[in-house]
Design a protein around this ligand. Structure first.
Ligand code: F6R
Length: 219
């Protein structure tokens, strides 16, 4: 059975995951990492930046980006990554596009992917109903995701309704996956995804089949 590693608080979880990532960066080996946005990873990026590492051999592959949003928009994922990581480190930056899986493959595949989880069980923007064999593509965001993400926008009608996202297959091919979640509101879906039936209705449940998955949770 998959275990959920409970951390004392958000700072502890952020520090723990940042340390795991930094060990890989410090090894000096080429390192391809799938990078999330959203509220949960902010602390982890802060910890990583504070470590002053050499990111020259690292390639960051973002999980997703909204469609029809200016990259300069404060809530675009390009801007999120710039503000939280890319402006501080000299790394090789990649964002999703139609040939993303080919690009990832040509780079040697993802060594490690960090994921958050949506309250509906999405990972990246693979919403309920996504095929397990899916690759990078444009998707419609579910109403639940639009509502959840409206906290970052002035009003709900400003939330984009589509995104381009790595697929479930893209994620499953990553050699290692770290899933991070914070708050009671995530606990139910986390337990369902990891400990109940594997179903496309809960996209994160596919992670039960991943051979190298670690899950971190804090209240
Ligand atoms: C973001 C992403 C999403 C988020 C998820 C949780 O790049 O891929 O799957 O990880 O929506 O978001 P937060 O952390 O804001 O609760």
């Amino acid at each position: 059975m998959i275990t959920i590693q409970y951390l004392k608080n958000y700072e502890e979880m952020s520090r723990y995951v940042a340390t795991l990532v930094s060990i890989r960066i410090q090894s000096g080996e080429p390192f391809n990492i799938g990078t999330p946005t959203g509220g949960t990873p902010v602390g982890m990026y802060k910890e990583l930046v504070a470590k002053n590492l050499n990111w020259n051999k690292v390639h960051t592959f973002n999980l997703d980006e909204y469609v029809n949003i200016d990259h300069q928009h404060p809530q675009s994922y390009h801007n999120f990554m710039w503000e939280n990581l890319h402006k501080y480190v000299d790394t090789n930056i990649h964002f999703p596009h139609v040939e993303y899986d080919t690009e990832i493959g040509a780079a040697g595949g993802l060594d490690l992917t960090i994921l958050g989880i949506g309250t509906n069980g999405h990972i990246a923007f693979n919403e309920p109903g996504s095929e397990f064999g899916s690759t990078t593509r444009v998707v419609n965001l579910s109403q639940q995701t639009i509502v959840d993400n409206s906290r970052f926008f002035d009003s709900i009608d400003q939330v984009p309704t589509q995104a381009i996202t790595m697929g479930l297959h893209t994620i499953m091919k990553s050699r290692q996956v770290l899933l991070i979640a914070q708050g009671q509101k995530k606990l139910d879906i986390l337990k369902k995804a990891l400990w109940e039936k594997v179903t496309t209705e809960i996209p994160a449940s596919i992670l039960q089949f991943h051979p190298n998955l670690r899950v971190f949770y804090c209240d």
